[in-house]
Design a protein around this ligand. Structure first.
Ligand code: ZN
Ligand code: FE
Ligand code: FE
Length: 269
């Protein structure tokens, strides 16, 4: 695997309260694998709840920015992008609009981990799946994802079909939900992330799945690549599988970001 021709844009750090390692540890792991570009996207402070195991606090974000900048100085041979993984909640949009511009971010990655207040991807709240109609839940999730795309806050949407994480899927056909959401993403002009993290979760598949990714390709939606590493050993994890999937559905390039400007990187044959 030639990591020098790829990028990993989804790296966390111990700042978020549930990952291990400092930026320099992730950067070191990436450098040893041969990466020439990576990006940090640690959890931006949550605005609707306080939970130090889910995200850093406000006072910490500038420290995170500084630590990523310090890692840049330690690895001058590698481009290190500064991003953030930001939760989309309808009620926090205006606060995010006011605050995100104050940091020198290369990209902002929007994420959906909450549907109407429920942290559906948090193993602590798994019982929430038992008393919900799964089709309605998926429908609401993809509607919110479309809303996130249209908010204009984000450059990328992370792990787009995260709602499948624990393997709870509706019996009904969901292609229509994907299409409705992806039409909105395509119109809004942002990128989606292909994430290998799903391979390490109960669902055991890449986010998004192949059918979903084909619909992205049909709409020319740009994609980024990320491991969602919460430990330095996860940097670049399973990227061979992700590249194989990307090629199978016809993707020939990845999206890169610098100062919130998008460019493209050709996937090498
Ligand atoms: Zn996390
Ligand atoms: Fe996430
Ligand atoms: Fe993440």
């Amino acid at each position: 695997m030639d990591y020098g021709t790829l990028v990993d844009y989804h790296l966390h750090t111990s700042r978020c309260g549930h990952a291990a390692g400092r930026p320099e540890d992730y950067a070191g792991a990436a450098w040893r694998l041969g990466f020439r570009e990576i990006g940090f996207s640690d959890h931006f402070p949550l605005l609707h709840i306080q939970d130090p195991t889910l995200s850093m606090g406000w006072e910490e974000f500038p420290l995170y920015v500084r630590e990523v900048e310090e890692a840049r100085a330690l690895f001058p041979g590698m481009r290190i992008r500064l991003g953030a993984e930001v939760d989309y909640l309808p009620q926090t949009v205006s606060r995010l609009r006011e605050t995100l511009g104050s940091y020198p971010l290369d990209y902002v990655m929007g994420s959906l981990h909450f549907v109407d207040g429920w942290g559906f991807d948090d193993p602590r709240y798994l019982e929430g799946y038992e008393h919900r109609d799964l089709y309605q839940l998926w429908s609401r999730y993809f509607d919110l994802l479309g809303e996130a795309a249209e908010s204009g806050l984000f450059d990328i949407l992370a792990h787009p079909d995260l709602i499948k994480k624990f393997g709870y899927r509706p019996h009904q056909e969901v292609t229509g939900l994907y299409e409705g959401c992806l039409d909105r993403v395509a119109r809004a002009g942002l990128a989606l992330e292909v994430s290998t993290a799903g391979l390490r979760k109960p669902v055991g598949e890449i986010y998004p799945g192949e059918g979903f990714l084909r619909l992205c390709r049909e709409r020319d939606i740009p994609v980024t690549l990320g491991s969602d590493a919460h430990h330095p050993s996860e940097v670049g994890k399973d990227f061979a599988m992700a590249v194989e999937l990307l090629r199978r559905v016809g993707y020939e390039e990845l999206a890169l970001f610098d100062g919130r400007e998008r460019s493209t990187l050709r996937l090498r044959a």
